[in-house]
Design a protein around this ligand. Structure first.
Ligand code: DGT
Ligand code: CA
Ligand code: CA
Length: 362
């Protein structure tokens, strides 16, 4: 199996939210500040927009240093208010969740995701999915994000930071070693300044040098556990999984149609095996669902959905497929456009493992 792992990070997050809340800021340098309260401008810079960064402002710098760099530049200094950014974070994560098999949130503005099944292990589909996620977040929240995709978490994370802002970097599995090779070891997840300088002491500066280094030499330096993890990561061979950060609340499958169509029936016939697969998965894991959603990716890559909730949870292949057709027909009616991909998601899952029979839900 070839994994398709992604990492998403919102660009200049707090400052970009400030721009969304007040679009007049977009043309100015914007600095989000944590004021210590000791004197009028004591405190540090939380983050800044890219215009402010072009004058040398960066996270962690003192506010007075940022003021010096931006003097006469009509800059805005805004106090950091966490409660403003949290709702954006939650909504962005929910959008990503709709497009992926698993999501592991690792910070207020970033997450790993796995789309191996969602994309049928295909990197072309992964690109379409990533573009779809970026478009949805831009349309719904007005925010740009950067996404990286690769076969491991470390490749995905390095890739998401590779082009920023509004970046999309996809590393096909066969290009992994070439991509990682020339980068400094400090780019690897888990290599801090201390580890980097230890490695440098034996002549290892790049990820490529680490990848081809003698494992005994680095074990001697870093201990067996870290050495083996970093050696694997440098070779693009680490197998750390994306761990769902919330209890699994949904399963989904999406397919690419053989050709774009506006016919709900045509789309349904191609989606049917995926619906049956979902039904089998729910059955084997002991779930029924209260909500069914169909997802349509249109020819222009915009994503549209239609959902229905059921008082009595459903899980049989027959009921799931019937309802999928009903929803697909309604969706096709409302979008009046051709589908490129269609998918189905079951959520509001009910645990029915302990129950004597599923028949009560038929
Ligand atoms: P990016 O991703 O390079 O475009 O810029 P940011 O600002 O999104 O940077 P990131 O992803 O490292 O951090 C996400 C948010 O966390 C950022 O918008 C503000 C906050 N933050 C980051 N670094 C610091 C810091 O050193 N101090 C404080 N107070 N907040 C920080
Ligand atoms: Ca960020
Ligand atoms: Ca971040």
């Amino acid at each position: 199996m070839v994994r398709v792992v992604g990492h998403i990070d919102v660009d200049y997050f707090f400052a970009q939210v400030e721009e969304v809340l007040n679009p007049a800021l977009k043309t100015k340098p914007v600095v989000v500040c944590v004021y210590s309260g000791r004197s009028q401008s004591s405190g540090v810079v939380s983050t800044a927009n890219y215009l402010a960064r072009s004058f040398g402002v960066s996270s962690g710098m003192s506010i007075s240093a940022a003021q010096k760099r931006l003097s006469g530049k009509d800059a805005e200094f805004i106090p950091m208010k966490q409660e403003k950014y949290k709702p954006f974070s939650e909504r962005v994560m929910q959008i990503v969740r709709e497009h992926v098999d698993a999501l592991e949130q690792t910070g207020i503005d970033e997450a790993f995701f796995d789309i191996t099944r969602f994309c049928n292990e295909d990197y072309g589909s992964a690109r379409i999915t990533a573009v779809g996620i970026k478009n949805r977040i831009r349309q719904a929240e007005g925010l740009t994000v950067s996404i990286g995709i690769g076969k491991t978490k470390s490749v995905a994370k390095i890739a998401s930071a590779f082009t920023k802002p509004d970046g999309l970097t996809i590393i096909e599995p066969s290009k992994t070693v070439d991509f990682l090779g020339p980068l400094p070891v400090a780019k690897l997840y888990g290599v801090g300044p201390k580890t980097a300088s230890l490695l440098e002491s034996i002549g290892i500066r790049t990820i490529g040098e680490l990848a081809t280094s003698n494992i005994d030499d680095i074990t001697h330096l870093l201990g067996r556990k870290l050495a083996s993890r970093l050696h694997d990561a440098a070779n693009g061979a680490d197998d750390e999984l994306v761990v769902e950060s919330q209890k699994v609340a949904q399963f989904s499958r999406i397919i690419t149609l053989k050709k774009d169509t506006s016919s709900a029936e045509e789309a349904y016939l191609e989606l049917l095996p995926a619906v049956k697969e979902l039904a089998a998965r729910m059955d084997s894991e002991g779930y029924a669902c209260r909500t069914l959603t169909v997802i349509g990716v249109l020819s222009n890559l915009s994503v549209r959905t239609k959902s229905r909730s059921f008082e009595t949870p459903i899980n049989t292949p027959l009921v799931l497929s019937e309802q999928t057709l009903v929803l697909l027909s309604a969706l096709s009616e409302s979008v009046q456009a051709e589908f490129r991909r269609v998918g189905v998601r079951v959520s509001d899952l009910v645990d029915i493992k302990g129950q004597a029979s599923l028949n009560q839900y038929l």
